[in-house]
Design a protein around this ligand. Structure first.
Ligand code: AKB
Length: 324
């Protein structure tokens, strides 16, 4: 991996992944792909090349691949689960027609492709505890439908055409740089912003609804390490369960309250998000990722909580002091 196109570089994952790749591959060209209206700014704009890269325009993608001799594409263009329920046709267009364009470019130009899947690829019939790597995937949300189809299409291009496609099933991602938008797991980010600002948090997910979550540094590590993994060790490709912590709103609020005792939370459950969350695993088994490419997360719930609070206080120019 040397010259990389990150599609969706200004989103929650892309903004941090692009910078990590630029730091770790200084000899390469890491192109920040974006769509008009979501232009890169600041350090993301200044630290390397950027190009309009709309997944719905295959010719545009092919031209970028040629111009920068791209060998790897990170395809991070997607509508998240709650917003995809409101705009299912647009979600299909971006997630499926977009993926097909990328895979065709990859086939013609011998480019490796990472397209994330998600806990959203599972459904109500999936075993909820220690969800196996290979199991029932019958999601009921449009987001989930596109994620299962992404896994299948990516595997098809690998088996049929030898395209080097790889993927992980991301849990809800918790980060302090770029906010997520329209996901079911967004509450696990928003709760920290409220807590650090001293505001009451209104939680859209019910107490007792457990989902896998992951801190962004681990998610980026997974995305990079999988693309660097020895292909001969990979039994699976699209897509690997990766996990680091499983929590519900009460667990997370309790961890925050042990550091910020005045933190207040009440519930106003959003039925759309709650129904989606109920259909997702409580906790995935990620033993295949561990065995096939050495996956190991660095952050547990306590380390993540400490780091989120410190980072957000820095971001807002607040005093650190003790956790109170
Ligand atoms: C969402 O909530 O839609 C995403 C996901 C788990 O894929 N964060």
């Amino acid at each position: 991996m040397k010259n990389v196109l990150v599609i969706g570089s200004t989103g929650q994952i892309g903004s941090e992944l692009t910078m990590k790749l630029r730091r770790e591959i200084p000899e390469g060209q890491i192109v920040a792909g974006y769509i008009p209206g979501a232009e890169p700014k600041g350090i993301l704009l200044e630290s390397g090349p950027s190009e309009i890269a709309d997944v719905r325009d295959g010719k545009q993608l092919a031209a970028i691949v040629d111009r920068y001799q791209v060998d790897t594409i990170y395809n991070l263009a997607a509508l998240l689960s709650a917003v995809a329920e409101k705009k299912p046709l647009l979600a299909w267009d971006i997630q499926m027609n977009g993926l097909l364009n990328i895979l065709e470019v990859a086939r013609e130009k011998e480019v490796a492709v990472f397209t994330p899947s998600s806990i959203g690829s599972f459904g109500p019939e999936t075993p909820k505890i220690d969800t196996p790597q290979d199991t029932i995937q019958r999601p009921r949300s449009m987001y989930g439908v596109t994620k299962v189809a992404t896994e299948l299409l990516s595997d098809y291009y690998f088996h049929k055409f030898g395209v080097d496609t790889r993927s992980v099933r991301f849990p809800g991602l918790i980060s302090n740089v770029t906010l997520p938008g329209g996901g079911t797991t967004d509450y696990a980010v928003d709760i920290f912003y409220s807590a650090v600002k001293g505001e009451e948090f209104v939680c859209p997910i019910a107490a007792g609804t457990f989902m896998d979550m992951m801190y962004m540094p681990d998610a980026l590590k997974a995305a990079v390490e999988l693309m660097q993994a020895d292909p001969y060790r990979l039994v699976h490709r699209n897509s690997f369960n990766v996990a680091s912590m499983s929590l519900d709103p009460e667990t997370l609020a309790g961890k925050i309250r042990s550091r910020i005792p005045g933190f207040r939370m009440r519930y106003e459950v959003d039925p759309v998000r709650e129904e989606i969350a109920q259909s997702w695993p409580d906790k995935m088994d990620d033993s295949c990722a561990r065995a096939e490419w050495g996956w190991a997360p660095a952050y547990d719930l306590d380390l993540m909580t400490d780091d989120m609070i410190v980072s957000l206080r820095n971001k807002f120019g607040m005093q650190q002091g003790r956790f109170d």
